[in-house]
Design a protein around this ligand. Structure first.
Ligand code: HXC
Length: 513
């Protein structure tokens, strides 16, 4: 065959494989609002940047009639490309080919691109759309998952790992996304569960739809498995691309700086009501201090009593952790502790300074919380802040009571800079609670107990519910005017740029997982 004919033959072969599972299966995907695996990759990556590998890989199964089946690409596409000119490794399961089920060769393609991403120190994006372990391939499929989970763990903290759930992600398959740093879900399309509705029906006799069991909203709002929620695939791809701009290629680099941009002009002290019982939206404070007033929120719908996300200050990425007084007065509880702790560890692993904005009455009391493990979960945030060695800056706006004061990146957990507004109340507990306990006898015995109670509350407020007791001990570095918040943080970030501390030598710590 001439070279020209060889080339034509190659093109024909590739075109055939690119048809995936065929027109009918592709049409079924489209009817569900789903793009094909190839369309997804092309929509995420820069134009003409995708380079595919292993397109000719064939499955090796020989049982249950598999020997007669042709599965194009074995149901998964792998390759490399760029996003805003930044290299990434990517794979996308193709549901049109045997339901994107994972057999031996399918798994080997995925692990090959995972190995590349770790070797080349570039982010990994995995698009999951699969019926799970390929039933006909038995233990080989399970082995494939094990190999993927192992690599997810190896790569954790070295390269950013992103999982996109764009179809079913059933059974043990869910554990690869769960081991990665960011999970993206899309309304009506994403389905994640260990045991599906039919198993639940046969074992427990309960009827539940796939959507109610493990749909996008369930994971964005209830389980906390998902970090980003989108209404459709295109919105999801925009979110992925935006995330990539905030994070570094790997743990040896810093995120790429952007041109500095001032925030919109707002008076920060006008956002926070002087009555400490009144709520406000902490997002407004974050937006008042970030470049261009931009805050890229993560896990927006889960544990909304704490806010986490990225912003930029003078062009540099900053990770924000902030109590949200609008929800449960911003208390820490099991879910918000989990949410913040994992984010703090991400920032620490990837050289992103952490700014903590504090206004909380402490940990949430109650039997429900105690029995849900608020001790175990609450310890995670203490651990995460304590072990983080990136620059850590705290601003206390109003309340900083009890365990909440310690947990929210206090000096005692080695914050580098702690600032407090003059409205800060740093104390063991709120004035009401404190007065009721400390002056119980005087209040009970008083002629007018309510008047006495109010008097004691006032006394306590004047003595302890302010920033000056902590400032006198050096626990906070400076009481600042609210208007100075951005400039103080900016300066703190500037002087912390070359921060270099190390932890005691150990194999690894044992966080309260
Ligand atoms: C082999 C599979 C498959 C699988 C789907 N297919 N899942 N083939 N192994 N696990 C095939 C179907 O036979 C069908 O082939 C094609 O993919 C499309 O599937 P449909 O069922 O027609 O699609 P749909 O109606 O959209 O339903 C999707 C689904 C359903 C909900 C995902 O396919 C399903 O329930 N699959 C099984 C899910 C599951 O239990 N997986 C195993 C989990 S256990 P044809 O040829 O007809 O087009 C597991 C263990 C891993 O994953 C443990 C790791 C630690």
């Amino acid at each position: 065959m001439s070279l020209k004919n060889n080339i034509l033959d190659l093109r024909k072969r590739k075109e055939e494989i690119k048809k995936g599972g065929g027109e009918e299966a592709i049409e079924k995907q489209a009817q569900m609002g789903k793009l094909t695996a190839r369309e997804r990759i092309l929509a995420i990556l820069d134009e003409n940047s995708f380079h595919e590998y292993d397109i000719f890989v064939e499955h090796s199964a020989r049982d249950f009639g598999m020997e007669a089946k042709v599965l194009h690409g074995d149901g998964v596409i792998i390759g490399t490309g760029t996003i805003y000119n930044k290299p990434v490794c990517i794979f996308a399961q193709d549901f049109t080919v045997a339901g994107g089920s994972l057999g031996l060769m399918h798994a080997q393609k995925i692990t090959k691109i995972m190995d590349h991403s770790l070797k080349m120190r570039v982010p990994l994006i995995g698009i999951n759309d699969s019926g799970g372990a390929r039933i006909q391939e038995g233990v080989n499929s399970l082995a494939g998952y094990g190999e993927i989970f192992f690599r997810n763990t190896l790569a954790s903290g070295v390269i950013p790992q992103i999982s996109v759930i764009l179809g079913p992600c059933a059974g043990g398959a869910v554990y690869s996304p769960a081991l990665t740093d960011f999970v993206f879900v899309v309304e009506n399309i994403s389905k994640m569960f260990i045991t599906g509705p039919s198993v639940i029906k046969s074992v427990l006799g309960e009827d539940i739809s796939m959507e109610d069991l493990g749909g996008a909203r369930v994971h964005a709002e209830i389980t906390g498995n998902a970090h980003f929620y989108a209404a459709n695939e295109q919105e999801c791809f925009e979110q992925i691309k935006k995330l990539i701009t905030y994070i570094p290629w790997n743990n040896e680099q810093k995120p790429q700086p952007f041109p500095a941009k001032p925030p919109k002009k707002v008076k920060v002290e006008k956002i926070v009501p002087s009555d400490p019982k009144l709520p406000y939206d902490m997002r407004d404070i974050i937006k008042a201090i970030t470049d261009g007033s931009d805050f890229f929120e993560i896990m927006e719908h889960f544990a909304p009593n704490i806010l986490i996300g990225f912003g930029r200050m003078e062009g540099e990425t900053v990770g924000f952790v902030a109590n949200q007084p609008m929800v449960l007065a911003g208390v820490l509880d099991t879910d918000s502790s989990d949410k913040a702790a994992r984010f703090i560890r991400f920032c620490d692993a990837f050289n992103i300074p952490i700014v903590t904005l504090e206004d909380l009455p402490g940990y949430l009391p109650g039997v429900d919380q105690e029995h849900s493990g608020v001790i175990r979960h609450g310890a995670k945030i203490l651990y995460a802040y304590s072990e983080a060695t990136v620059p850590k800056i705290t601003v206390i706006l109003r309340k900083a009571y009890g365990g909440g004061y310690i947990a929210m990146n206090s000096r005692h957990l080695r914050a580098d800079f702690v600032f407090a507004w003059p409205t800060a109340e740093i104390a063991v507990m709120g004035p009401e609670g404190a007065a009721n306990i400390v002056f119980r006898k005087e209040i009970m015995e008083a002629e007018d107990p309510e008047a006495m109670r109010q008097q004691k509350i006032q006394e306590y407020k004047e003595k302890f519910a302010n920033p000056y007791v902590a400032a006198a001990k050096g626990y906070i570095d400076e009481v600042i005017e609210p208007e100075e918040t951005r400039s103080r943080i900016l300066h703190a970030l500037k002087v912390s740029k070359n921060k270099n501390i190390s932890m005691p030598v150990k194999k690894h710590g044992i966080p309260p997982f």
